[in-house]
Ligand binder design. Structure first.
Ligand code: SIN
Length: 390
């Protein structure tokens, strides 16, 4: 799907304090007092003279320019009833209305909105990942953009975030955000999440931290963050390692740094072709039918979501060993949700020719395997190095 640039620019480079705190649903956007079109800093700021006014004017012009790319999700969802937080249609509210619901944005950044897609993120497609990553890279290559915010559905947010973490070629901030409640809901969480995401993207501290997720006041690394609840507004957590920092009331604080390489320090580039990599799960009574079908379909890689420390039912393990002998790459991960998979722990990886995912969950392991294969990676030894590194 081609990216569509919105002609509306909700850039209000003013220094006035908005009358509303912006924690409103998009459904109440008409009642809010959104910034009225593109205002120049000089016309919006109160007239003053002398050196101090020059400083004020320069500061007003210095608002970071943040591109907000909308892709859909619950943050752009509506229900017919404000009390309904589960039966709604995702991805139907446009980016302009999302921004209008947050007047406080005008005192944080100069916003350039763009509607990339309008989907429920369960339907995220590889072609859309290519479009999104290429658009983010193009925007960040421009001197006119200081950072990017992406509004996304929560369901596959952690996969998109990790993909961008490995393929964005810039140290400028990229921040994903989302919502657990539709824009029409009582206490919708989208507007404050959006304001916080823009605040993080506009902050100097976010430079060089890789792709970030701002959600429920916390700032997470794309590598670590996972969705952990079907309904709670604190759905996103970084198991084992915790959040990188927090954002509240305009203040951004990082409490640790990302150690593993990302963005400009990876060999990965986004291309139009994606190697076919699928995920299988190990569970009581599982058969080898799924693995055999994938191999027959010609997959290049299989990620197995094992039990416990990535242990695999004997029938599936034999099928995966057979897959390796036919040139399929097998990555052993865990379905547990936190912790890491030890190489040669619950399976003899060296003997079986498997790669282990370490602390990546199966969905992120699939993203890394696709990128590593697309970059020409072959063989379990070289691919294990990529998993140990990223
Ligand atoms: C989606 O992932 O697009 C729907 C669910 C959500 O955003 O919470």
């Amino acid at each position: 799907m081609a990216a569509r640039s919105a002609s509306l620019t909700i850039a209000a480079m003013n220094t006035s304090t908005p009358s509303s705190s912006g924690a409103q649903g998009a459904g109440s956007a008409a009642a809010a007092s959104p910034a009225s079109g593109s205002q120049s800093a000089t016309s919006a700021a109160s007239p003053a003279s002398g050196p101090q006014s020059a400083a004020i004017s320069a500061a007003a012009h210095a608002f970071p320019r943040i591109a907000v790319l909308a892709t859909g999700g619950t943050i752009a969802g509506t229900a017919t009833d404000a009390a309904n937080t589960s039966g709604y249609q995702a991805g139907v509210v446009g980016v302009e209305r999302l921004l209008e619901a947050v007047p406080a944005l005008s005192s944080v950044a100069q916003i350039q909105p763009e509607q990339i897609a309008s989907i429920d993120s369960k339907d995220m497609a590889l072609a859309l990942w290519t479009t999104l990553a290429q658009r983010v890279n193009a925007l960040l290559a421009s001197d006119d953009i200081d950072g990017v915010v992406i509004t996304h559905g929560t369901d596959t947010l952690e996969e998109t975030a990790y993909l961008l973490h490995l393929t964005v070629k810039s140290i400028k901030p990229v921040v994903l955000t989302a919502a657990m409640r539709p824009s029409s809901a009582l206490s919708a969480d989208g507007p404050l999440n959006l304001l916080n995401a823009v605040t993080v993207a506009a902050s100097e501290a976010a430079h060089g931290q890789g792709v970030l997720v701002a959600f429920n006041n916390r700032i997470h690394s794309a590598r670590d963050v996972v969705k952990t609840s079907t309904y709670a507004v604190d759905a996103f957590q970084s198991p084992e390692v915790g959040a990188l920092g927090w954002v509240q009331d305009g203040r951004v604080e990082f409490q640790r740094k990302v150690v593993r390489p990302h963005t400009v320090d990876t060999e990965f580039v986004i291309g139009a072709k994606w190697p076919n990599v699928e995920i299988v799960v190990s569970y009581a009574g599982v058969s080898r039918i799924g693995v055999d079908a994938l191999v027959a379909a010609g997959v290049r890689g299989i990620v197995v979501a094992g039990t416990g420390n990535g242990s695999i039912h004997a029938s599936v393990q034999q099928a995966l060993a057979d897959a390796v002998s036919q040139g399929v790459v097998v990555v052993r991960s865990s379905r547990v949700g936190s912790g890491h998979v030890m190489r040669n722990g619950a399976a003899s990886d060296d003997a079986l020719g498997f790669v282990t995912a370490g602390s990546l969950n199966p969905y992120k392991a699939r993203v890394l395997l696709m990128l590593a294969l697309a970059a020409g990676g072959t063989g379990p030894v070289a691919l294990q190095k990529a998993f140990d590194k990223y």
